[in-house]
Every structure is written in C-alpha cells, then in structure tokens.
Write a protein that binds this ligand. Structure first.
Ligand SMILES: [Zn+2]
Ligand SMILES: [Zn+2]
Length: 133
C-alpha cells in the first residue's frame, strides 16, 4: 500500500467525534503560539489534510470556536478534546496529531511560533524551529 492509499482514523476521548482521513497526511507541526497553548493545555501538534479527504464518522458533539478573525477550532463539546483547526478560505484542515489512532507513522517536522512558547519547558529534540510561522 502506498502512502497515498493509506487511511487514518481518529477521534476524541469520549468518541463523540470520530473521523476518517484518506490519503497521505502532512508531517506534524508543533505550534507554540498562545492560542494553541490555551486550547491544548501545552502546545498543539498538528498534521493536515485536504478537507475533501476527511469524513466525519461521528460528529454529534463536535463544536467550533472562532478563535480569531481568520480561524476556527473544532473540539468536542462533551469531553473537551481539541481536534481541528481551520483557516477561512483554505481547503485544508489541521488535525491534532494526538487524536489520531496509532500507529500514525508521522513525525514532528517543525516547531513554529517558538517566540510565543511558555517558559516551563525547553525544545531540544533537534527539529527545526521558527520564531513565528
Ligand atoms: Zn469527546
Ligand atoms: Zn498556534
């Protein structure tokens, strides 16, 4: 099976939100910005896929929060799971990597908004870092 034929599944803790993604996923980007810190509780590690490749197999508890003028965050209104990030006008959706069923076969490829990270941890995994996007 080639990478593009793979299917990934995932969901939140309570199962109220479940999704299936066909095709390859982008490598994981870890975002340390203040919005990702406050919604994730730490930093957000996200992969991404074309919206057309994502099917919601369960979405009864899926809720969206408009976190800025240009972006929305999808989460579970029951268990609080932090699942999606979507930018207005984009045809891709970012998916929190921790909600994917394992094995994901993905790796963290980049840290972004490192200038905004909190002060209680260090980033020393050797992965490239960007001060902003
Ligand atoms: Zn849930
Ligand atoms: Zn962020």
């Amino acid at each position: 099976m080639t990478e593009s034929e793979k299917t990934h599944t995932g969901g939140c803790l309570c199962g109220g939100v479940r999704y299936r993604i066909s095709g390859a996923l982008r490598g994981v980007i870890a975002c340390h910005c203040s919005q990702c810190r406050r919604t994730s509780g730490h930093y957000a590690a996200m992969t991404s896929a074309p919206s057309a490749n994502i099917v919601m197999t369960s979405s009864g508890s899926l809720a969206w929060y408009r976190s800025s003028d240009t972006a929305e965050r999808g989460f579970c209104g029951r268990c609080g799971g932090n699942l999606f990030w979507k930018q207005a006008g984009q045809d891709t959706i970012s998916i929190t990597a921790g909600t994917l069923d394992t094995p994901t076969n993905l790796r963290v490829e980049e840290h972004i908004f490192v200038a905004d990270k909190s002060d209680y941890y260090t980033i020393d995994d050797g992965v490239p870092r960007k001060q902003e996007w």
